[in-house]
Design a protein around this ligand. Structure first.
Ligand SMILES: Nc1ncnc2c1ncn2[C@@H]1O[C@H](COP(=O)(O)OP(=O)(O)O)[C@@H](O)[C@H]1O
Ligand SMILES: [Mg+2]
Length: 218
C-alpha cells in the first residue's frame, strides 16, 4: 500500500525531554525524505537538533528549515527566552508556507511552557497538524504516556499513533494500546551504531511505509 495523502505534514512530540524525538525525527526525515523544522531550540552546547537530524539522516541541508528561535540555555523555552532577553512572538511560530512533506519537532514534553501564559500543547493545537507521540519503552512510561494522550485528546488534537522508543518491553506496548486505543506505529529499538544503513534497515524491518499508509489512508 502507498501513502496517498498528497502532502503529509505532522508533528513529532514526546512524553518528556530526551525520549528520542530527534532520533525518531531523523528516522522519519530519512524514510520520507521530508522537510524538518525545529521551531524552538533551547541549548546550543554540542549539536542543535537540526544539526543532529541533518547528520544522522544525511538529508539535503536545504530540507532543514531554520529555527524560529534558538536560545542559549538548555532549559524550558519560556525561561531560556527570558535568560536571553528575547520575547517570543507567537506569530513567528506559524508553520512555514510550503506545500511539501514536513515534520515539525516540538520542544520537550507537551506541557512545557513557551511563554509564561502559553504551553507547547497550545501551539500544537494552533498548528492543527496530526501528531505522533514518542514515548519511552521502560518503566514510568505508562503514566507519562497515558497522561500525555489524555491532554492531547482533551484538546481534540489528532494523534496518529505512538512510537515506543528503547529496549523492548514485554508488556508496556499492549497496555498502552489497550488504554489509549491508539495504534503503535513502531517499537523502535535501542541502536548501538547510528548509521543511515541502520535507519534504512529499520525503516523496512518495521514496515513503516505500510504502517503509515494504513493510518493515513483511513
Ligand atoms: N533508540 C535509541 N537508540 C540509541 N540511542 C538513542 C535512542 N533513542 C534516543 N537515543 C539517544 O538518546 C539521546 C536523546 O535522544 P533525543 O532524540 O535527542 O531526545 P529528545 O529529542 O526527545 O530530547 C540522544 O543522544 C539519542 O541519540
Ligand atoms: Mg530533540
Amino acid at each position: 500500500m502507498k501513502i496517498t495523502t498528497k502532502v503529509f505534514q505532522f508533528i513529532i512530540c514526546g512524553t518528556d525531554t530526551d525520549v528520542g524525538k530527534t532520533l525518531i525525527s531523523s528516522f522519519f526525515v530519512r524514510g520520507l525524505n521530508c522537510f524538518y523544522w525545529k521551531p524552538i531550540q533551547s541549548g546550543i552546547q554540542g549539536e542543535t537538533d537540526s544539526e543532529y537530524v541533518q547528520r544522522v539522516s544525511q538529508i539535503s541541508p536545504k530540507k532543514i528549515l531554520k529555527e524560529a528561535y534558538v536560545f542559549n540555555e538548555p532549559v524550558s523555552p519560556h525561561w531560556a527566552a527570558e535568560i536571553d532577553n528575547v520575547k517570543l512572538i507567537k506569530s513567528n511560530l506559524n508553520l512555514p508556507n510550503i506545500e511539501k512533506n514536513l515534520l515539525v519537532e516540538t520542544a520537550g514534553g507537551l506541557m512545557v511552557p513557551l511563554t509564561r501564559d502559553f504551553l507547547q500543547i497550545d501551539q500544537i493545537k494552533i498548528w492543527n497538524l496530526p501528531v505522533i507521540l514518542v514515548c519511552r519503552s521502560s518503566l514510568g512510561t505508562l503514566n507519562h504516556t497515558l497522561l500525555s494522550i489524555e491532554a492531547l485528546k482533551k484538546r481534540k488534537i489528532n494523534i496518529l499513533g505512538l512510537i515506543i522508543n528503547g529496549k523492548k518491553h514485554l508488556d508496556n506496548p499492549q497496555t498502552l494500546k489497550l488504554f489509549s486505543g491508539l495504534p503503535i506505529i513502531a517499537e523502535f529499538p535501542l541502536i548501538k551504531n547510528l548509521s543511515v544503513n541502520n535507519l534504512d534497515f529499520l525503516w523496512k524491518d518495521l514496515n513503516m511505509e505500510e504502517k503509515l499508509a494504513q493510518i493515513l489512508n483511513k
